[in-house]
Design a protein around this ligand. Structure first.
Ligand SMILES: Cc1cc2nc3c(=O)[nH]c(=O)nc-3n(C[C@H](O)[C@H](O)[C@H](O)COP(=O)(O)OP(=O)(O)OC[C@H]3O[C@@H](n4cnc5c(N)ncnc54)[C@H](O)[C@@H]3O)c2cc1C
Length: 322
């Protein structure tokens, strides 16, 4: 089965497409004969080569936003392209702030539905069935559109593997965006890039996360030290983010980041559904918890029952000794 055409909103960070973008492009290539992308930003056309490597044959260049929010312009550019040409069968957005904003605005502009929180897509004839997580990931529901194209899917990170295809040539065309009036009223006045020394949390091969079981904020240093020794990234449960021990950008879970490292070490984390939905796809899970009944032990490959404040220093010592 193959759909005719899928559009993907390509997002960029640190001068390259985000991993979520590459995941969506790879998925789109498996389901459609033709994949086209929309992107915004100064010099975005320069990335047509890398997009071509991921199967994109046409890039709609929305251009510089000049301080505007991306959502209104992306939705307008897509709606205008649809009015001039035929609609794609499906449009993929990442579950990012801008992806969700643009998807919602496009859905309203076109009066079509949107399926969010998608964790898998399954082809059935000329349809795409979406598996999406509800009740904090407690249930996976299968849904499909009954209305005509385009079908809008907002897809969670790490749902598909990012795999480059044979290099395709990617044509770049300007996307026209007419005057948006007051819809374009909100302006970005400043942006802040969080400092980090190791790998990005959602791309690191090893993640060590700490939870309330650490007992006190300064013990989070143990999590950071273990993560650094393993060339990984430190993460956190929402309990200690809400308590102000670490910034929100460290949070793993339903309302935080989705991670899928080779090794995930959960230190003093109970394993609430909302946490596990963000890490249970990890290849190997190690849990350290003093309560042998803690739910995290149901998903881990290796569990240590004991006091984290004693076990983690011993682990650090052992790794240093090697
Ligand atoms: C809508 C919604 C969204 C949410 N989103 C998220 C999310 O994205 N991410 C997230 O993490 N949570 C999320 N939550 C919160 C979630 O439900 C839990 O409250 C949270 O994950 C609990 O964090 P925790 O495991 O650190 O704390 P707790 O549940 O309090 O667990 C602490 C654990 O530490 C163990 N412990 C205690 N002392 C020690 C010790 N000395 N050594 C070892 N272990 C010890 C305890 O046995 C316990 O299992 C969300 C909740 C809601 C309602």
């Amino acid at each position: 089965m193959s759909l005719g055409k899928i559009w993907v909103l390509a997002e960029f960070a640190e001068a390259k497409p985000t991993t979520a973008t590459l995941e969506l492009l790879s998925a789109a290539s498996t389901f459609a004969d033709r994949v086209e992308a929309f992107a915004w930003g100064e010099g975005v056309a320069d990335y047509s080569g890398v997009l071509g490597d991921y199967g994109v044959s046409k890039l709609y260049d929305i251009g510089s936003l000049a301080g505007s929010l991306p959502g209104p312009k992306v939705a307008a550019a897509m709606a205008e392209a649809i009015s001039k040409d035929s609609a794609p069968d499906a449009i993929f957005f990442a579950t990012s702030y801008d992806g969700r904003d643009a998807a919602a605005r496009l859905s309203a502009r076109l009066s079509v539905g949107v399926i969010t929180n998608v964790v898998n897509l399954v082809a059935e004839g000329n349809e795409l069935n979406a598996e999406h997580a509800i009740f904090g990931g407690e249930m996976i529901l299968t849904s499909k559109f009954t209305a005509s194209a385009p079908r809008i899917f907002v897809i969670r990170a790490k749902s598909f593997a990012p795999e480059a295809k044979d290099t395709a040539s990617c044509e770049v065309v300007p996307a026209s965006v007419s005057d948006l009036g007051s819809t374009d009223g909100a302006k970005i006045v400043s942006s802040h890039v969080e400092e980090r020394s190791g790998p990005k949390l959602d791309e690191a091969p090893v993640v060590v996360s700490g939870g309330r079981g650490l007992g006190q904020p300064d013990r989070y240093q143990l999590v950071e030290e273990l993560a650094s020794l393993l060339a990984g990234a430190p993460g956190a449960s929402r309990a200690i983010v809400d308590a102000g021990w670490v910034p929100y950008s460290y949070q793993v879970g339903q309302t935080g980041k989705t991670v899928k490292p080779n090794l995930y070490i959960a230190v003093g984390i109970s394993g609430a559904t909302q946490h596990m939905v963000g890490m249970k796809g990890s290849k190997n899970i190690v849990a350290i918890n003093k309560d042998k009944e803690a739910p995290i032990f149901q998903v881990c490959d290796f569990g240590i029952v004991g006091d984290a404040s004693k076990i983690v220093p011993k682990l650090i010592e052992a790794i240093k000794a090697r």
